[in-house]
Design a protein around this ligand. Sequence first.
Ligand code: NAD
Length: 263
Amino acid sequence: MQINLTGKTALVTGSTEGIGYAIARQLASAGADLVINGRSEDKTEKAAKRLESEGAKGTVKAAAADVSTSQGCSELVASVPYVDILINNAGIFQPIDFFDASDEVWDRHWQVNVMSAVRLSRAYLPGMQKLNWGRVIFLASESGFNIPVEMIHYGVSKTADIAVARGLAKRMAGTGVTVNSVLPGPTLSEGVQAMLAEEKERTGLPIEEVAAAFVMKHRSTSIIQRAASVEEIANLVTYLASPLASATTGASVRVDGGVIDTL
Ligand code: NAD
């Protein structure tokens, strides 16, 4: 199977590091022109340079913008008016008990994890529809099905991502535009490494072992019994973003190591 994205422009939100950067790297190595996005100009420029040096075949553009605000999304759309592939990846997760999670915590997760994707889908889908080809992928989570007790606010935002993606797929019915959500399980991104830093310091164990212990404690239904790598998530996203995945739309596709225990 050959995946060729030459001539397609892809925007990956929150792609200066973590799963987003891994997705950008895979799409770029398949030939796509890439738009890298993060909040800081400096970090976004650096990630774009890194991508160029790591084998991007097409062009690479840095477009810094805070996608959690409507102003940030408008600025991003003004600097990149059209994309063929939109990867709604930017997301935050913060374990906070329900009784300590303020309105501000709920609102922040909603704005970053859901409204960024709503605004950008609204801006880019009409252009895709005109050309009768496009791909929109939401990075949701297994936590959208299995609401995590330690971060209910996060789980709810990811359930919303799955619902919005399903609704948009139906809205694009009969066109060559597909919309899907991808459901990773625990994945060793920079964000998760930061979340586990204290435990790594306390135990002195390698990060992979700390992550595996976290998986077995908090996601005990995991079949792979370890965290996934960012590349394992990017592999699935790259396939779904390609012309080969033309009959997959409105789906919530798992790359969760078997955490979701339903058929
Ligand atoms: P990460 O923290 O490692 O990276 C997130 C990226 O998003 C960073 O580049 C950050 O700068 C950027 N970002 C955050 N807020 C932003 C904003 N307002 N505007 C622009 N960029 C912003 O995160 P990750 O673990 O790679 O997660 C990526 C996505 O995958 C998220 O949507 C997350 O919910 C989802 N996910 C992650 C895991 C996991 O275990 N890592 C599991 C399931 C789902």
